[in-house]
Design a protein around this ligand. Structure first.
Ligand code: PGU
Length: 458
C-alpha cells in the first residue's frame, strides 16, 4: 500500500501566523509548522523505539515532513504505477514526458568542456562578472538608466531561492523596516526564506477564489495600509501558484501606490519568458519600476527559462539611487555571501553568460524558450477541451486565462487526495497543477481524474 501524499501547504496559514512583531513568536510559529504533524495536524514528539536509538545524542530529533512541493516528487518516485503523473514541481517536460536540456545549452556546454584554456578556480564572492552584467541587461533592458548610470549592483546567486535569501538577509541587516508583505497565496518557500532571513512576514490580498482572478481592490487596500517603508514581494510575471498577473494598467497603479507610500519592491522573477514567450514582455513590471528612478530588489532565476534547474543559476540585483550607494551595497552583499557559501558555482553561470553574450546563441535560446511557452499554452487548451468534452461540471475557462507554468484549478485538498489515490496523479494539495508536466498523451487521464473528483468528491 502506498501512503497518500501529505502536502501541508503554507498558503493555508492565516496571515496572522506571520504578523507577530516578536521574532521569538515568529520563529516558534515557523518551527511548529516544520515539526511533523499527526492526522489531526498536531505536532508529535519523538519516541525512540530501542535502547540503541536512545543512546544517540540525536535521539530527540523528530522526523520532519517532506517539503510541500518537492515532497510530491518524492512520493511520485515511490509509486510503481505505470499511469502515474507528476504535476507537482514546476519543471518543464517534453511531449514524451521527459526533462528537457535545451539544444543551445548542450552546444555551449560542449564548447566549454572542450576549451582547454578554461579552469575551475574559485569565482569571486559576487560571481562571474559577465554573467552579472548580462543578467541585469536581460531583465532591465540594455538601455535601462539603472545600467547606464551604474545604479544597479548584481551578484550571482544559487538560483532564485539563493537570491531571495541573500536579499532577505541584506535587508534584515541594513534596512530600517523589517516587514515584508507577500501575496496571498504565494510560492510556499517565500515565508520560510524571509522568516529565516530575519524579516517579519505579513501578507496582502492577491487572489479572489470567487472570480479566480486578481483581488485588485484587496491588494490596493492592503498595500495602502502597510506601514511606510515596508518591503513588498511582487512576482514579476506568471504568479505562482495562481497564474494570475495584474494587467499593465494595474501594474502602473501598483507602482504609483508603492512609490507614493515609499514601500520597497522586491521582485521575484522566476519565469521570465514563460508567461508570454517573450523575455521583454515578461520584464514589463520590473522595467516600469526601474524606469521611475526609485529603488528595488530583484531575484532572477534561470532554472525554468533556460532549463538550468539543478545547476542553480540566478542573480540578485539591488537598484539604488546612485552608483556610490550601489557599490557600498555590493560590499555588504559580499559580507552576507562569504560566510554562507563563500562564492557561487562556475559551471552553470558560464553557460548562461555564453548564451546571453552571443547574438546567435541568444536568438536560438529565445526560439527554444518560445517553444516551451507555446507547448504549455497548447496543453491548457487541450485540457479545457477535454473537460468540456466530458461535460465536467463548472466553468473551467480559467485554465486558458491563467498564464505561466501553473493552473490553479480550484480543486480542494480532498479532491487532490482522491486523484492521487485513484488515478496516481501527483500535485500540490492547494490544487495547483504544473501544465509543463502534461502532454497530449496524458491530458485524457488528467481530465478523467478531474471529472471523477468533481463529480464524486464534494
Ligand atoms: N520563486 C518562485 C515564484 C518559484 O516558483 C520558484 C520555484 C523559485 C522562486 C525558486 O526557484 P529556483 O529553482 O531556486 O530558481 N518554484 C518551483 C520549483 C520547485 C520549488 O518549490 O523550488 C515550484 O514548483 O513552485
Amino acid at each position: 500500500m502506498r501512503p497518500p501524499i501529505t502536502v501541508p501547504s503554507f498558503s493555508n496559514y492565516s496571515s496572522s501566523s506571520y504578523s507577530s512583531p516578536s521574532c521569538d513568536r515568529r520563529l516558534s510559529t515557523l518551527v511548529r509548522h516544520l515539526l511533523p504533524m499527526d492526522s489531526h495536524g498536531d505536532s508529535v514528539s519523538a519516541s525512540p523505539t530501542s535502547a540503541f536509538q536512545a543512546d544517540s545524542v540525536f535521539a530527540h530529533v523528530v522526523r520532519a515532513p517532506e517539503d510541500p512541493i518537492l515532497g510530491v516528487t518524492v512520493a511520485y518516485n515511490k509509486d510503481p504505477s505505470p499511469v502515474k503523473l507528476n504535476l507537482g514541481v514546476g519543471a518543464y517536460r517534453t511531449e514524451e514526458g521527459k526533462p528537457l536540456v535545451l539544444n543551445v545549452v548542450r552546444r555551449v556546454e560542449e564548447q566549454l568542456v572542450n576549451d582547454r584554456s578554461r579552469n575551475k578556480e574559485y569565482l569571486p564572492i559576487v560571481g562571474l562578472a559577465d554573467f552579472n552584467k548580462l543578467s541585469a541587461k536581460l531583465i532591465f533592458g540594455a538601455n535601462s538608466p539603472v545600467i547606464q548610470e551604474n545604479r544597479v549592483t548584481t551578484v550571482q546567486s544559487l538560483s532564485g531561492t539563493g537570491a531571495l535569501r541573500v536579499g532577505g538577509e541584506f535587508l534584515a541587516r541594513h534596512y530600517h523596516q523589517r516587514t515584508i508583505y507577500l501575496p496571498q497565496p504565494t510560492w510556499g518557500n517565500h515565508p520560510k526564506i524571509f522568516t529565516l532571513a530575519g524579516l517579519s512576514v505579513k501578507t496582502y490580498r492577491y487572489y479572489a477564489p470567487a472570480t479566480r482572478g486578481l483581488d485588485f481592490q484587496g491588494l490596493l487596500e492592503d498595500l495602502g495600509s502597510a506601514p511606510s517603508g515596508s518591503v513588498v514581494l511582487l512576482h514579476a510575471c506568471a504568479h505562482n501558484p495562481t497564474g494570475v498577473d495584474p494587467t499593465p494598467e494595474q501594474w502602473e497603479q501598483i507602482r504609483q501606490l508603492i512609490r507614493s507610500k515609499a514601500l520597497l519592491p522586491f521582485f521575484d522573477s522566476a519565469y521570465q519568458g514563460f508567461a508570454s514567450g517573450s523575455l521583454d514582455a515578461d520584464a514589463h513590471s520590473v522595467r516600469i519600476f526601474a524606469a521611475d528612478g526609485g529603488e528595488l530588489l530583484l531575484a532572477q532565476s534561470y532554472a525554468k527559462n533556460m532549463g538550468m534547474y539543478g545547476e542553480r543559476v540566478g542573480a540578485l540585483s539591488v537598484v539604488c539611487k546612485s552608483a556610490d550607494v550601489a557599490s557600498k551595497v555590493e560590499s555588504q552583499l559580499k559580507l552576507v555571501i562569504r560566510p554562507m557559501y563563500s562564492s557561487p558555482p562556475i559551471h552553470g553561470a558560464s553557460i548562461v553568460a555564453a548564451i546571453l553574450k552571443d547574438r546567435d546563441l541568444f536568438h536560438e535560446w529565445t526560439v527554444e524558450l518560445k517553444g516551451m511557452a507555446d507547448r504549455i499554452i497548447t496543453m491548457r487548451q487541450q485540457l479545457l477541451d477535454a473537460l468540456r468534452a466530458r461535460g465536467t461540471p463548472g466553468d473551467w475557462s480559467h485554465i486558458i486565462k491563467q498564464i505561466g507554468m501553473f493552473t490553479f484549478t480550484g480543486l480542494n485538498a480532498e479532491q487532490v487526495s482522491f486523484m492521487n489515490k485513484e488515478y496516481h496523479i501527483y500535485m500540490t494539495s492547494d490544487g495547483r497543477i504544473s501544465m509543463a508536466g502534461l502532454s497530449s498523451k496524458t491530458v485524457p487521464h488528467l481530465a478523467d481524474a478531474i471529472h471523477a473528483a468533481v463529480t464524486r468528491v464534494v
